[in-house]
Ligand binder design. Sequence first.
Ligand code: GDP
Length: 569
Amino acid sequence: MPDVSDSRHHVLEALLHTAADVDALEPDSVLEDGWIKEAVSRSGMKFRWARLSESRERENRDIQRRPPADPARLVPRPPVVTIMGHVDHGKTTLLDSLRKSQVAASEAGGITQHIGAFLVQLPSGERITFLDTPGHAAFSSMRARGANATDIVVLVVAADDGVMAQSVESIRHARTAGVPIIVAVNKCDKPAAAPERVKQELLAHDVVCEQFGGDVQAVHVSALKGENLLALAEATVALAELLELKADPSGPVEATVIESRTDKGKGPVTTAIVQQGTLRKGCVLVAGKTWAKVRFLFDEHGRAVKEAGPGAAVQVVGWKELPSAGEQILEAETEHRAREAVEWRSFQEEQEKLQEEQRAVEAKQQQHQEAYRREREPLAHLSWRQRKAALYRANRQKAAVRPSERQESRQLALPLIIKGDVDGSVETILNILDSYDAHEQCQLELVHFGIGDVSENDVSLAETFSGEASVLAMFEVTAGKKKVPVAGCRVQKGQLDRRLKFRLTRGRETVWEGSLSALRHHKDDVQAVKVGMECGLSVDAAVDFRVGDVIVCYEELEAPQATAWDPGF
Ligand code: GDP
């Protein structure tokens, strides 16, 4: 295994040969596909896109909502009411008065606890559940969680103040939630009260009260003095009847968390409004990513209750962790199922988080590509020649960092020098080469282009190597009457084959090119000498060998090679 830092360096070096701006790369930079391909190819390796191993499909073990209840089992349930309205119009006072009306009637002795909701029972026996967190934030946050615990909105408008900004906002909230409104025209005890004006003002907001031929009930009350509250409660019950609020008290429980907090003595407690089924001690419940085995149920008077049916608000004790307000409560058959459901939900959340991260990565990638495009834009005004020359210069600088890299590549590569008589023809050829797309079969490396004849310098740019030996010693042998110079060599790479062409180089200079006249290993004439072996060789011309010269053997082959590239002609 290569050292990690080595491989990192190698990757960085390979990237120098791509269009990537290596200096600008950061640990979390996203590389373009093209750069990765090129870096892998230039490292002499083949690339293959691998699929990210996908996590195995996990079976959905969530708890599902119950199917719609059998109509035969439906029974009327109390409406759940939210009080809304402009600040200081009397919401809190109204709730207090309504609660007090119950305290007096109950045997509990006047102690009520805030649990987020309370029940109002009319002398006729009808019941209404009031959510006692007035204000829009609570209503909207519940709605944002998809919980629509409210059946009716009581809109409190002060008769001495009229319709104000938050009154209008309340109307809008109720409308979006599809919840009908009852207007409580409050503070009617005040001398300045003008309840008729309030109802008129409401017309402008499409709240048409009964006296104007609409279906909205308006009740004149005094929350402070507790006047006409029964009429308000009766109007609410009448509307509830119209709405035919019914539920199935049997079957699995469905409820909504309306409030949750950690109690010093009881631990995590929630107030739940039951929608379907009947909540009892011992029920196993799931809400969000937590679950409960119900230990106790309490009402708003702090009394332990045995059960709570649809429309009732009840405090639930027994949660493992605290669920959030607005979360849906579903009953599980067993504790095991509850745990499974919670695990599944956590898993789902993790997956969503991962997907979100993936989307962030993709967005970053796009940004990067955009930046790359912008970086290239300054070259746009240049002529094709200047542009190509600029890119070529930039690439050559990068290539200079690791000159041996190209030779090490096992990938087939064709270095090209394009020379033409006039600009136009060179450009045409370059444009055609631009369309080259068979890089996997053979890389095209545009080493140089320009106008004029191919020069010696051009060729040395394009040098390629195969096999190779260095001259260790020179001596002369006498063959007949002639003295023939012989180079004693050791083969460093590949093999020397006497049938092939040879080139003798000294530094960057080519001293001679041609064929061998003799190749010997010890005393024997041989066809080929392999790597590591020593040999003596003489050539077909008078050459003055020197120690350090390099002899390269190469083959001139003519083989038609087809690539997938279709240049279009
Ligand atoms: P909220 O901001 O809507 O909850 O309004 P509050 O219930 O806090 O009431 C604001 C003020 O109006 C308080 O000083 C109450 O005493 C007063 N108030 C509420 N209802 C009535 C009412 O029916 N008559 C009169 N005269 N004052 C009221």
